[in-house]
Design a protein around this ligand. Sequence first.
Ligand code: NAD
Ligand code: UDP
Length: 337
Amino acid sequence: MILVTGGAGYIGSHTVLTLLQHGHDVLVLDNLCNSSAEAIHRVNRLTGKNARLIEGDIRNRALLDQILGEHPIRAVIHFAGLKAVGESVQKPLAYYDNNVGGSITLIEAMQAAGVKNLVFSSSATVYGEQGGAREYTETMPLGVPSSPYGKTKVMIETILGDTAHADPAWTIALLRYFNPVGAHESGDIGEDPQGIPNNLVPYISQVAVGRLERLAVYGDDYDTPDGTCLRDYIHVMDLAAGHVKALEHIADKTGVYTWNLGSGTGSSVLDVVRAYEKACGKAIPYTIAPRRAGDLPAFWANPEKAARELGWRTERSLDDMMADTWRWQAKNPQGYR
Ligand code: NAD
Ligand code: UDP
């Protein structure tokens, strides 16, 4: 059985679905601070399987001890955490407590229970600036992210590395995601941000359904082909498949493994707008706004290590990502509510 922390969230719910389809038993622990139990109900309906959801917090050690004591957990996929970059600047302690503190409590409970197999949701943000390099490779040193959120990812990667160094029985996969977007092809599960979205694709989606008026494109004077920033967008179902590959790869190994999960190509903000317009069949109104503080002009994954070692590559195009996002948004204009 696989314990999935944060499994009711955006990436977690798609990964739970994929795990169930691959025959894994799944237990989800989520405090629902940024998600809805409905996501797991829908995953169960879509798969005809039964992932159980325990509503609780990863910082609750007694609860973790109970879960690890009562269920035959062989590995943990750890998604639980807060992820809003801007909010982390305003509320750094909440981010260090939830993300770093929560991860330490989880690692301690796993250590005590003898469950030493962990897949962790890291991020391309751990690369920081890298002296202007645009293609990120796992061999690059950890950088200095500009936000407390990003710093929690660097800290947790470091803590996990030190844990595995002290106890070689641990096996840890650090998965560095690039920009996850899209939704399951059914349109029944997807990303459901609370309040006004900070991220590009959820924002465009709400413009497309009329919840927001127009997109602000943050800067068109970068040193990129059309002047807008380039990012490596990855379909959430490709990302979910990467987790299953990583989990299966580390099952019979020990040590720490780091993999970029990205497509290897950068798309501009305007590329995304155009692909979304094609998917939804209407124009997305936008204005060019000033640059957003902290944004890097361009970066994308070098995805070769995951290809070589996991046999994993992205399979879905930017058009697929936008078509699936639109299907989810059109079927669920108010998300899960
Ligand atoms: P999400 O907010 O949809 O999912 C996170 C889940 O964790 C939510 O369901 C939330 O309720 C739960 N959670 C938060 N704190 C918890 C706690 N203390 N105890 C129990 N549950 C808790 O976010 P997501 O986009 O699915 O991201 C999942 C993970 O991937 C996060 O760790 C995030 O930092 C990381 N990540 C996300 C992105 C992205 O762009 N979405 C990129 C890189 C890395
Ligand atoms: N972006 C934008 N308008 C928005 C949100 C984002 O132009 O309302 C741009 C942002 O500058 C970046 C890209 O879209 O270049 C992706 O931003 P997002 O916040 O989704 O992800 P990030 O790469 O910052 O984690």
